[in-house]
Design a protein around this ligand. Structure first.
Ligand SMILES: *Cc1c(COP(=O)(O)O)cnc(C)c1O
Length: 401
């Protein structure tokens, strides 16, 4: 199908698409497992995985099979009717988590919008009309729609889009004292990521999530966890909160949930979920038979193949290899993360290093100016990690000493 050269495609991309992404100068055309190929046939090892979307790797046979099967059966039907794959997916997610009910939408930001709306409605109906505030953290990322943008405690995302919707307050991450001071009679909910992803892969102390659970219980506030990046096995448990044994009241999912298809979910405890009634919220495409059948197949494959456990093992292997590099290169300052959500903090230009890795055939992401993020598909092997580390080592060797 591709007749135009990669260069021509990139020119047209710049001509016809809004300039919202700083894109690398390649057009990726094909993928299989941990590998992708550009339109000129060059192979890359994919340690970005669609930013934690392709947890099963590219074109997993069970995902492709479910796509083909459901495409021939039913693609879309309105939520005016009950939808079998949607029911199956909701049941499986509830069986595997604290939650009792699910709402489906199409993205992470939308899942957080749904959570914010449910928390406000719950707090007003359960407590009082002036209880609407949501406390989030600095350096967080919750999405780019106006509600989720207001929840995102980073000016760089908010700048230019003010006025932000009111009712949000920020405190430093991993600081229980600051969180405690921020909670008051207006607090409807506390919303945090179990590990800050876009903020740079920051894992909180072991007392952080249990501490927030306790604060919420004392104040009658809801505990909302944004597991959009950390969920679906990425950190070594199906959901990251399971590392710390502190369940939230509401959890949002997206990214890895759909095996590559766009889907978001907002899950909640029964008593909280009850505050959504017909007309409260909705989405035309939320939970279509097509997307939910594929997400069900993706989640089933993730569980059958024990991929959360694999994330523990391969994450440990990757971090040990990165620690070795740190021992040899003084500009590598810190390796941090959990499972296969890992970052390397550098005293070097991470973006330039990412460009060199791309030329070598390794896709990586600079999560900040000074930090590389590693989030390969959970099916990654030791040989894949070895290859990635070899390429990274070669790129590090080129660095001025
Ligand atoms: C990616 C992400 C979002 C936003 O998801 P979209 O699907 O891009 O709207 C929200 N929260 C976290 C933690 C994310 O990583």
């Amino acid at each position: 199908m591709t007749m135009a050269s990669m260069e021509e495609l990139i020119r047209e991309s710049q001509r016809y698409l809004m300039n919202t992404y700083a894109r690398f100068p390649v057009v990726i055309e094909k993928g299989e497992g941990v590998r992708v190929w550009d339109t000129e046939g060059k192979e890359y090892l994919d340690f970005v995985a669609g930013i934690a979307v392709n947890n099963l790797g590219h074109c997993h046979p069970k995902v492709v099979g479910a796509i083909k099967e459901q495409a021939e059966k039913l693609i879309h039907i309105s939520n005016l009717y009950h939808i079998e794959p949607q029911i199956r997916l909701a049941k499986l997610l509830c069986q595997r988590s604290f939650a009792k009910k699910a709402f489906f939408c199409n993205s992470g930001a939308e899942a957080n919008e749904a959570a914010i709306k449910l928390a406000r409605k719950y707090a007003k109906e359960r407590w009082s009309s002036d209880r609407y505030e949501i406390i989030t953290t600095y350096n967080s990322f919750h999405g780019r729609t106006l509600g989720s943008l207001a929840a995102t405690g980073q000016e760089k995302y908010q700048h230019g889009f003010e006025p932000l919707i009111p009712g949000f307050k920020y405190v430093p991450y991993n600081d229980l004292r600051a969180m405690e001071r921020a909670v008051d009679a207006h607090t409807a909910a506390i919303l945090v990521e179990p590990i800050q992803g876009e903020g740079g892969v920051y894992v909180p102390g072991d007392d952080y999530l249990p501490g927030i659970r306790r604060l919420c219980d004392e104040a009658g506030a809801l505990f909302i966890l944004d597991e959009i990046q950390t969920g679906m096995g990425r950190t070594g448990k199906l959901f990251a909160y399971q590392h710390w044994g502190a369940s939230p009241d509401i959890m949002t999912l997206a990214k890895g949930l759909g095996g590559g298809l766009p889907i978001g979910a907002m899950l909640a405890r029964e008593e909280v979920a009850e505050h959504f009634t017909p007309g409260s919220h909705g989405s035309t495409f939320g939970g279509t038979p097509f997307v939910t059948a594929v997400a069900f197949a993706a989640l089933s494959a993730l569980l059958e193949e024990n991929l959360p456990e694999r994330a523990v093992k391969m994450g440990g292997y990757l971090m040990a290899k990165l620690e070795e590099l740190k021992g040899r290169y003084p500009f590598v300052k810190e390796i941090r993360g959990k499972g296969l959500l890992v970052a390397a903090e550098l005293e070097a230009d991470a973006k330039a290093l990412v460009r060199r890795c791309l030329e070598k055939g390794l896709l990586l992401n600079a999560v900040s100016d000074k930090a590389l993020r590693f989030m390969p598909p959970l099916i990654v092997t030791e040989a894949d990690v070895d290859r990635a580390i070899t390429m990274l080592d070669e790129v590090f060797q080129e660095m001025p000493k």
